[in-house]
Design a protein around this ligand. Sequence first.
Ligand code: PLP
Length: 763
Amino acid sequence: MEIYLDANATTPVLPQARAAALSAMAEAFGNPSSIHGSGLRARAVLDEARATARRVLGASTGRLLFTSGATEGIQTAVLSALTALRRRRDTGESLPPQLLYGATEHKAVPEALKHWNALLGLHLKVVAIPVGLDGRHDLDWLREQAPQAGLVCTMAANNETGVISDLDGIAEALRGSPALWLVDGVQALGKLALDLDRRPIDYAPFSGHKLYAPKGIGMLYVRDGAPFTPLIAGGGQEGALRSGTENMAGIAALGAVLKALESGEVFASTQALAERRDRLADALRDAFPGVVFNAPFELSLPTTLNVSVPGLSAKLLLDLFDAAGLRVSGGSACGASRAQPSYVLEAMGLPAWRTAAAVRLSFGAADAEATIAEACRRLRACGESLRASCQIPSADEAPRHADRFTRFVVDGACCYVVADEASRRAVVVDPLPELTERLTQWMRCRGIALVAVLDTHSHGDHASSAPVLRAAARDLLAAEAQDERVDGLGWPVDREFIALGTLRLTRLATPGHTEDSTAYLLHEVLREAYGADALLAAFVGDTVMPGALGRSDFAQSAPLAYGPSLKTLARQVGVGATLLPGHDYDDRYATTLAIESRAQPLLDGVLQGRLSAEAFAAEKAELERDLPPTEYQTMACGARVECSRAVERVEMSASELRGVLRGAVAPVLVDVREDYEVRLSPTGELAPESVPLSTLLNAMPRWAALAAEVPVIFFCRSGNRSAQAAKALRRFGHAQAWSLEGGLALWDAEKIAVPAEGLAFAI
Ligand code: PLP
């Protein structure tokens, strides 16, 4: 069963509302403008819904029209206010020069302001009202600016944080101002008394689907005397304020919700809701030590919790919650490789990690007690799962499995941990400041000693965090690393190689991207058994990246040495060796010189001997001529040559998979979800291999060596990560690499039957 905790995005439809909508479609289906019996019955439903809304909103006067939702209500209000301003300007009056909106307003408000301001040719300044750390408007600023404002827009409660605006304070700050006042009441409806009769609010839009009515119905309150211009003209419905035959199913449903609200029987009281929030907050504190709440409870709707957890990204938390069947939303939009910080939390001035890692839990006032209790249980289970998979500290000291390669990515920059399970020793390559806590936790939980922290080069875009990591992991340092002298890249002075059990790390100077660029070569020592060591992978930093060569126009670059370095690398590791890059902007994981040579003519030219060191440097300089300077976390560190990749379809539908399962060649099924997700929602009878995306590198060579006809089918929650894995494996030469379309969500929905005899695995 899923637990829906995303009520600020939308809500399910209340049973009473469903019944009312059905009745409006089946029985009272008439057109409320018709004057026969069927029409009159529909009209009665319409009138009753409006009368109930007036009581709930405390709006005995003014106009109250039904709209398609809040976005339409906002447009209508903004158009009305701005049209009035334009009329004044047309009669020669001078206008207040600005339009104000709260910095944390829903995008519909500033976008509508900008749109109508431009379309009506007003060209007034559109200015955000700053908010404080508590998310509330800066009333002193507003008091000062309001005399020069034509329209002021402030929401009653915020959708991301639940912060409740001080409407009386705003009213006071606006006293004497010529501005019209719009209050977005969407998140407040049913949770706060808006008392529209009492407040000098000119416009207030509302939305049905945030309060258990269906999508496509909303309301707009317009104060008596406030200017009005219809957004939709036509048959004159809604007193000609909003033409078009009314959405009667929606209106009937909204009416039923408002009735239920009035009755006090369906919706929990504010106090009961606050108690539920406290229970959820306690569960969050138990599950995630250090969790921070991004809005003060005493100023927020009791149904919204916006949280950040130190060291845990929003993406991680969303995957985790989803695996537990908890539907929540990111307080910030997560891109493929980069989390977009929340503009609401940014406006409040919260630190960057909190604005990027925020997650919102919002429940509905009509949710059952049992739902909250189950949500609390699952939140605690999420914490347990993270502890069991070493993501957060645990009292349980049992040493956990350590993969040989684990990759961490921050905005396209890659950091690797190379560990040897038997000797429990590890090296970190290219640490990133954002990862210090996670890396330390990773090693501590597994009982791993840290032997060295290496950088592949002195980074152009950030200072190395190696000293910080060494300090944070002081108690984890291997004996020999305690007081060892290391060079600028962290390599122990005078050491020829670093040993991790049967693994051996050596270094190879590859100047070019920077003077000090160094590749680290990881071998398995097999000399005694086979006469030679096996090269497992080379950490090449930015010297060779998937789709790019590192740029060579930094002050610390050595462009003339770059070509020769690439040749040295090819000679030392071979063109088929696995290269692990310092940046991976497109989630390609690993590459080889052979793969990159096919895509990068410059690389091919130098390796084939067509380009001299000088010619290579000159052509590369040409490529980098218009490259903007590197900004940490935004700019590619490489001179990219392959900007657009052909769209490649790796998805396999559930029914195609069914066909494959019946076929002659048994597929390899791989679950790429992280350990903490699998623990919360195991795949049961499917029993796939479990190779989390962060450890994909360990299995790639094994899959690439499978017989060409063996399908390798990856799956994850939604199909996103599995598609990355499938593309990466195809690049490594295995054409039969696929991703289950729609992920486990669709798999479960389709209830795909697994053959009774089970699945034979090809490896
Ligand atoms: N205003 C706020 C505060 C909201 O939360 C939303 C919905 O997300 C809207 C406006 C837009 O509402 P609708 O979906 O009804 O257009």
